[in-house]
Design a protein around this ligand. Sequence first.
Ligand SMILES: C[S@@+](CC[C@H](N)C(=O)[O-])C[C@H]1O[C@@H](n2cnc3c(N)ncnc32)[C@H](O)[C@@H]1O
Length: 450
Amino acid sequence: MASSNLKPTLSELGARVKELSETLERLLRESEVEAPTLAADSPLNIAKFTPEIFTTKQALQDALNDLSIVSQGPSESVFNYAHNAVPDMACLNILNRFNFWSAIPLDGSASMASIAEHVKLPEEAVQRVIEHAATIRFFTYADPAHPSTSPIQHTSRSAALARLPGLRALVSGCIENVGPSMLVMPEALEKFALGKKELPTDMSKTAFKLAHSGGQVFGDYTDSWQLLENDGEGEKKGWRQRTFIEWMAYIKDIFGTVDLLLGATDWEKEGKAHVVDIGGSGGHDAFALASAHPNLTITVEDLHECGPIFSTQVPSTLSTRVTFREHNFFDPQTVSADIYLLKLILHDWPDAESIKILQQLRPALKSGAKILFIDYMGKQGEIDPNLPRSITQFGTSTDLRMMALFNARERSLEAWKGIVGKADQRFEIVRVEANPLTYMVVMEVVWRGQ
Ligand SMILES: C[S@@+](CC[C@H](N)C(=O)[O-])C[C@H]1O[C@@H](n2cnc3c(N)ncnc32)[C@H](O)[C@@H]1O
């Protein structure tokens, strides 16, 4: 539970940290889950999340944050945060972009010179970046007493990045792709919202658009999908989309959204149905769905750069039933199917664009066709005061990212229903399942037109 006591003493906070740490250790022991450490051979994460483990972990996070603020004092805690936040972010971006993670063996060490050779950067840059990285527990000195000559080893955090391509893709997606837009949010607000009663919902007035309006570094793109698809020259073109596909597959794994997809409808009852997975990325969901339900035929639709990834990833056993088709969902749909899946698509777009995406389905819809939505549900009404702040922050971070990239916002259940109604009255919402714990909503809509 989030603490509302604004005058805790240091020792009270310390005691709370101790109590929650002991509870977490006990819960992990009881669930036979190995606890993570700071060393390279640590388990990659807490392998099993019972609801109790999850809430204790988040409450501990809150207590640690409070302890950090109170132990530093307010102004110094701000000073330190402001001083470190952007260099921390830049450091992580550099390590990730040049894949420092693979420059050091997981069970050994590497010299600065060999890391420099591996990442193809001057040794001075490598040494300065690693010096900062070590302060935030990415890498460590094998000989801490002599850092200037010491070989470098992995810590648990850098080892996790070496082991998990999806985690590297997440860093790239959340920091490298989005960072420039988020840093110009004040300019975007000043330019498009200052003195107004409402935020713009126009995609040409986003922080993203300001950051990507023709400068030499960030290019000229209307939205982040255009950046993902087109950034890079020659063979490098589309590298951001390829990384994004890995990120989406990783998210599917860590949040278990496959179970959500498999339980979203009674797929067996659908019989020999044809499903179109709109914005289906490199096909990760389609592969899971088709494997579980041999009666289904699935067409994955997405932008151009997803096609080659799909082709390399489609399992040979599924290649006759799961196919890829390049399709821009702002163009009229031409595939007449039984079910259209829209998973994690519309939260990225403001209302006008979301409505258009739905309307563009109409030319292909036969009477009774289903549209299955799986998406994030924003907070319902007030923030729950009992929720650990670190959980609330998960949602608010996504919300600010949506604001920067798309002038979109997290939608409440009512707002989701409103989008469907505004797209066409012939879309009938027949089922809504909203889970306030996972913040996910599943909505089944049937086309009542002819
Ligand atoms: C947040 S991802 C969701 C991917 C997948 N549905 C999932 O749940 O993992 C959004 C997807 O929409 C695709 N997309 C963005 N703009 C598109 C457009 N205009 N036409 C088709 N797909 C688009 C992106 O390439 C990306 O794969």
